[in-house]
Ligand binder design. Structure first.
Ligand code: PMP
Length: 444
């Protein structure tokens, strides 16, 4: 079966974020099924899903309760639009999202994935000021190495040169301030000071032309699992509020328990004006996303039709009933299992497990918040000299890990561990051991 599928894979598929020339030189990994936190390829080999199938799996794979929720909804209706009408699960899920979201977020606008949830956030923020009759607030603030998805708006507020540079002529240009990166910015205090100082001086000059700032709260994911020091997000929120600029929190990666709180904003008790969620919302089962807003945002669009304040945005699958049904089951299961509290506990365990990695010769920094971890590899630990990108050290580590039965994807020189939230202590220990061995093998 492997040979036949591999031939068809080669003939017909173009994979995301993948240089196909490299990909086709290797035997492709073809997943046939999943069970618990493991995936099985068509040859029957088992792998830990060490990156939660790109940061979204919550309860593991093939979960009876989640399967059942989809089957039951399937017996009712698979899809019906939200354009001008509603469906049952989309209403019930919106209620639950508002119940668990930071207090002050009151309305839910659905879409299909992280990028669209961000795209909607940006368009809402932009139109919000116009609907209020305040002109000139046309630009955005983003942060160094930000990643918010791959649609054009989301790419515009992206700031990872490897992914975004080529599209520059096509994009709008936000202001970019540094994300606090303690390892490379002289420690926590200096990093935070730099970020806040730049934000404040930018706003002193230009707040009148800035609609919103978009932030990956507490953990900057694709930029390298960079952790914002405690209190920084709150300071950012306070500064933005003082200058009348909206805060968009992109909780696509951090939402639904990943960092040890239901939403990362809670670590700093921040309530953003707009919050984008996706990935973990359905437990990683189906593509559902949402943009949650404060009442003042919704109110700015609520008017007589003739005032032309309507938000003319939507997707065919907005509020898909199957997706909303499994999201409801996911949230129910999270609550029954006390999963967010569990993650907070396991976070401490994972920290202990990761600690010995710092002793390795080429491990520069080990960063972690909840069950989101990044291990930054460096050529020289003293000088923090990075490996040259062309050495693809991260790719080599992940290839070795895959041979040893763990799947993950690197972010440049940063090795990522983002296991499903239900991973047990033993499973976490096993995964860290594989990573540790793979890093040692690749770097010595
Ligand atoms: N925002 C953040 C912070 C993300 O990490 C991601 C995906 N990794 C996205 C947006 C885009 O989400 P999607 O891939 O579902 O479009």
């Amino acid at each position: 079966m492997q040979a036949e599928l591999a031939a068809k894979n080669k003939q017909y598929l173009w994979h995301p974020f993948t240089q196909m020339k490299d990909y086709l030189e290797q035997e492709p990994l073809i997943i046939a099924r999943g069970e618990g936190i493991k995936l099985y390829d068509v040859n029957g080999k088992a792998y830990y899903d060490g990156f939660s199938s790109v940061w979204l799996n919550v309860h593991g794979h093939n979960v009876p309760e989640l399967n059942q929720a989809i089957i039951e909804q399937l017996g009712q209706v698979a899809h019906s639009t939200l354009l001008g009408m509603a469906n049952v699960p989309s209403i019930l899920l919106a209620e639950q999202l508002i119940r668990i979201a930071p207090k002050g977020l009151t309305k839910v606008f659905y879409s299909d994935n992280g990028a669209t949830a961000v795209e909607i956030s940006l368009k809402m923020a932009f139109q919000y000021w116009q609907n209020r009759g305040i002109s000139g607030k046309h630009s955005f603030i983003t942060m160094n190495n930000a990643y918010h998805g791959d649609t054009i708006g989301a790419t515009s507020v992206g700031a990872i040169p490897l992914y975004h540079q080529v599209y520059k002529p096509l994009l709008f240009s936000p202001h970019v301030i540094p994300y606090p990166y303690p390892y490379r910015a002289g420690g926590e205090e200096a990093a935070v000071e730099d970020t806040l100082g730049r934000l404040e001086s930018l706003l002193q000059e230009r707040a009148h032309e800035i609609a919103a700032m978009i932030v990956e709260p507490v953990v900057q994911g694709a930029g390298g699992m960079i952790i914002m020091p405690d209190g920084c997000l709150q300071k950012i929120a306070e500064i933005l509020q003082a200058y009348d600029v909206l805060l968009i929190a992109d909780e696509v990666a951090t939402g639904f328990g990943r960092t040890g709180k239901m939403f990362a904003c809670e670590h700093d008790e921040v309530v953003p004006d707009i919050m984008a969620v996706a990935k973990g919302i359905t437990g990683g089962y189906l593509p559902v996303a949402a943009t949650l807003v404060k009442e003042k945002i919704y109110d700015a669009f609520y008017a007589d039709y003739e005032e032309q304040k309507t938000f003319f945005h939507g997707h065919s699958f907005t509020g898909n009933p199957l997706g909303c049904a499994v999201a409801l089951a996911n949230l129910r299961l999270m609550e029954e299992r006390g999963l967010v509290e569990e993650v907070a506990k396991k976070s401490a365990e994972l920290q202990q497990l990761l600690e010995p990695l710092s002793d390795q010769q080429h491990v520069g920094d080990v960063r972690q918040k909840g069950l989101m971890a990044g291990i930054e590899l460096v050529r020289d630990k003293e000088t923090k000299e990075p490996y040259h990108w062309n050495e693809r050290i991260g790719v080599r580590v992940c290839q070795l890990a895959r041979e040893k039965g763990l799947l993950t994807r690197p972010l440049g020189n940063v090795i990522v561990l983002i296991p499903p939230l239900v991973s047990t202590t033993e499973e976490l220990a096993d995964m860290v051991q594989i990573l540790s061995d793979s890093i040692r093998e690749a770097t010595t």
